[in-house]
Design a protein around this ligand. Structure first.
Ligand code: ATP
Ligand code: MN
Length: 443
């Protein structure tokens, strides 16, 4: 960063309504910094301050200005240009409509809008969530950000469903990084363990139900009641196969506004299903021309980066993770799904699959755990006298929120011990650890 600071900066001047878009890679040389020299500008709804120099790595960013601004840009973006058109006015209009609903709700002591954002891959769903959350916060609301897209795991790690009360603007550099202080409160996280919502629909439905229950209860509290929530959804919700899962989530949360981003067919289907008077407004929004399609390689990089951030922090706030030795006998490792470790069962075909979908499978700790990211359940291990059936145990573990994650950096089979990395100090409590497909290698 020091090197960059000594380079001469490039001045970028934006007229009202223009957007400066840039992309950069994850390398040290790829870091791009921004400073607001004059005027006003925002990144996905968060206003830039004029003092700080913002640093970015491995990002695709849009700096929008309503009234014009001058920026100083340092470093070498892989792509950068000024766009004349951005659909920000239509996003602002949606915000203003939601704000009216919030004001009306506050007057009557009702719940505020429960907004769901749906759309296919890479249309800007998550970015729109950030914009709407930031605009709501700016007007003094405390909206809940609900993320039921397990592919992204925005506030936690991939494989999770979560809810977070947002009380401050989202940090432009750290975004929803798991270690970011942006959100004020720590998120409520459940573990699903798969990237696609349709991989284990029964488990997914069960977790959505659980999360919706908690969110709706939270929205009973006076201070957040009228703020409502913004729900980010997985791209599978636009598929015909995902329809049932989509409507289940709409029901569970009691959604009353659905924003359809860049998908005519789904918009038309939803307007038929929820006509005027159904209590659910369906709003069609255009995708921003700036949204970048992210290929598999970039997504994998992003995922690995997110894991690294979970343990080591960000450019802005570094963390030193803690290593500790864990005895195999002090933890119970379970795996989501049947896999090859599933016990054979005499149940008829079909019913077996359904049952196993929400049943965790015992994993003998050993080399199989090496380099795994394990979810640490908040569910304590029952004492040795208590015998839970596999079904009871599974609903206890999956139905309890997560304490966090650990990384298995070393396994000593003979000593029956393993070394785990955790973001916080202290002994790993006697807990259930849940393994899915997430693996990581420290570099
Ligand atoms: P997914 O289906 O993977 O969840 P999504 O629909 O949530 O994708 P986003 O994550 O919001 O899409 O956007 C995809 C990428 O494009 C992100 O890296 C985001 O930062 C970037 N992006 C979004 N809007 C803009 C814009 N106006 N200019 C530049 N980049 C943008
Ligand atoms: Mn997304």
């Amino acid at each position: 960063q020091e090197e960059i600071a000594s380079e001469p900066g490039r001045i970028v001047t934006l007229r009202p309504g223009q957007e400066f878009r840039f992309e950069n890679d994850f390398s040290e040389n790829g870091i791009v910094t921004l400073k607001l020299k004059s005027g006003h500008a925002e990144i996905f709804g968060t206003e830039l301050a004029s003092d700080p120099t913002y640093a970015f790595s491995g990002r695709k960013v849009a700096v929008y200005t309503w009234h014009g601004c001058t920026l100083e840009v340092r470093g070498k973006p892989t792509v950068d240009y000024i766009a004349e058109e951005a659909p920000m006015q239509s996003y602002l209009n949606v915000h203003l409509a939601l704000e009216q609903l919030r004001t009306a709700a506050a007057e009557k002591g009702d719940a505020g809008p429960k907004v769901m954002i749906v759309g296919p891959e890479d249309v800007g769903k998550t970015s729109l969530c950030k914009i709407l959350l930031n605009y709501a916060v700016k007007q003094g609301n405390k909206p809940i950000f609900v993320d039921i897209d397990p592919n992204e795991g925005s506030v936690s790690l991939p494989g999770t469903l979560s809810a977070t009360a947002i009380s401050r603007p989202i940090d432009v550099e750290e975004e929803f990084s798991a270690s970011s202080a942006t959100t004020g409160t720590s998120p409520l996280v459940y573990y699903y363990g798969y990237a696609s919502a349709l991989e284990k629909p029964k488990l997914y439905h069960a977790l959505v139900e659980r999360l919706a229950g908690v969110v709706n209860k939270k929205l009973d509290q006076v201070d957040v009641r009228s703020s409502g929530c913004i729900i980010n959804t997985p791209r599978q919700f636009v598929d015909v196969d995902g329809y049932e899962t989509l409507t289940h989530a709409i029901d569970q949360f009691g959604v009353n506004a659905i924003l359809v981003l860049g998908h005519e067919r789904l918009y038309s289907e939803l307007t038929k299903r929820f006509p005027n008077g159904s209590g659910i407004s369906i709003i069609k929004l255009a995708k921003s021309g700036g949204v970048v399609t992210r290929d598999k390689t970039y997504r994998k990089q992003l995922q690995m980066h997110k894991i690294k951030e979970y343990f080591y922090g960000t450019l802005k706030g570094e963390l030193s993770p803690y290593s500790s030795l864990v005895s195999f006998t002090d933890v119970a490792v379970r795996m989501v799904g049947e896999g090859t470790l599933a016990p054979s069962s005499a149940l008829p075909l079909g019913s077996e699959r359904l049952l196993q979908e929400t049943r965790l499978v015992k994993v003998e700790p050993g080399d199989i755990l090496l380099h795994s990211i394990l979810a640490v359940s908040n569910a304590p291990l029952p004492d040795t006298q208590t015998n839970l059936t596999p079904e009871q145990e599974s609903s206890l573990v999956l139905g309890t929120n997560l304490a966090g994650f650990v990384y298995v950096s070393e396994v000593e089979e003979e000593k029956k011990k393993m070394t785990v990395l955790a973001p916080n100090p202290g002994r790993l409590p006697r807990r259930f650890l849940v393994m899915a497909s997430l693996k990581w290698m420290e570099d």
